[in-house]
Design a protein around this ligand. Structure first.
Ligand SMILES: [Zn+2]
Ligand SMILES: [Zn+2]
Length: 299
């Protein structure tokens, strides 16, 4: 796409007029209480509306519950929303998260890898709690359950419980001390491989994207992931340095991946008070084209 056609396509997708150097404010990586976010779907919808995002996706961990049960919360902004999910996978010792966009919430291929996630995640949490108790931390599944509410259980809930019982100063201390890779209560997350997640997302007609590529050095795996069918990379994130973004843009072009953008928003924080990241419209064009052609937009 070049010149006028790119501009026209972007304007169509974003429903806003653009000049040549336009920045768009988007966030394709938001969490709610359906996984380990702190805001309910309704609260997140209000935060998205207040931030005035041009396009966005909720991408909860291993669940599409927002698109099954909470569509009313986002009804007024449905045209700007695309379906999303963040699938937890493991390869060797490394945890890798694969985002899926434009997926139909009832896709059989996805259902297969997501359906037993509730049981798997609960089993993992039980094992972590057992290891913590062995390490002398008096914590129970009830403490963890209280943090998770009705949402999909995850390590951040255990971290918050550790802070509550004063075994850790804050969430990151809980990970450094107990929950992170190599620590006494580390348990790998999943038997799903990145390639299986990519296949399931692509088979459903969705767009597979590598989440936070700088975390766990996931970008090192890029060649394998591309061979498995990966379509995009989260090149824009407030956690990236300018240097990271530039490297990822070059890498994306080199291996033929589209670029997406997301804050991995779990709650308003000092560093990340609201959802949204500014991206040159041109860099998003490939991604928007793919999600606009995905099945969840074809209604
Ligand atoms: Zn993630
Ligand atoms: Zn995330």
């Amino acid at each position: 796409m070049a010149g006028q056609s790119l501009k026209t396509a972007l304007e169509g997708s974003l429903a806003i007029p653009l000049d040549d150097t336009a920045l768009v404010n988007v966030d394709f990586h938001l969490h709610t209480t359906e996984s380990d976010g702190k805001l309910s779907p309704a609260e997140l919808a209000r935060a998205v509306a207040a931030a005035g995002l041009d396009r966005f996706a909720v991408a909860d961990h291993d669940t599409l519950a927002v698109y099954e049960r909470h569509t009313a919360a986002f009804a007024s902004m449905r045209a700007r929303m695309v379906t999303g999910v963040e699938v937890s996978t493991n390869t060797g010792e490394r945890e890798v998260h694969i985002l899926g966009y434009g997926v139909p919430p009832d896709a059989p291929s996805l259902h297969e890898i997501l359906c037993d996630r509730t049981a798997v995640r609960r089993g993992r949490a039980e094992r972590i709690v057992e290891l913590l108790r062995k390490a002398g931390v008096p914590i129970t599944m009830d403490d963890v359950g209280r943090q998770a509410g009705n949402g999909m259980i995850g390590r951040p809930h255990i971290a918050r419980a550790l802070v509550d019982v004063k075994a850790a100063r804050d969430i990151s201390d809980a990970f450094d001390r107990y929950l992170g890779s190599g620590c006494a209560a580390y348990v790998p997350s999943s038997a799903t491989t990145p390639a299986q997640a990519i296949r399931a997302i692509n088979d459903s007609g969705g767009v597979s994207v590598l989440a936070h590529p700088t975390r766990n050095n996931a970008e090192e795996l890029l060649d394998d992931l591309v061979r498995a069918g990966l379509m995009g990379i989260e090149a824009y994130s407030p956690s990236h340095t300018e240097h990271d973004t530039e490297r990822l843009r070059i890498l994306a072009r080199k291996v033929g991946l589209v670029m997406s953008a997301g804050t991995d928003f779990h709650a308003p924080t000092e560093a990340n008070p609201r959802p949204g990241v500014d991206v040159p419209a041109e860099d998003l064009a490939g991604f928007l084209k793919l999600i606009d052609a995905a099945p969840s937009r074809q209604r």
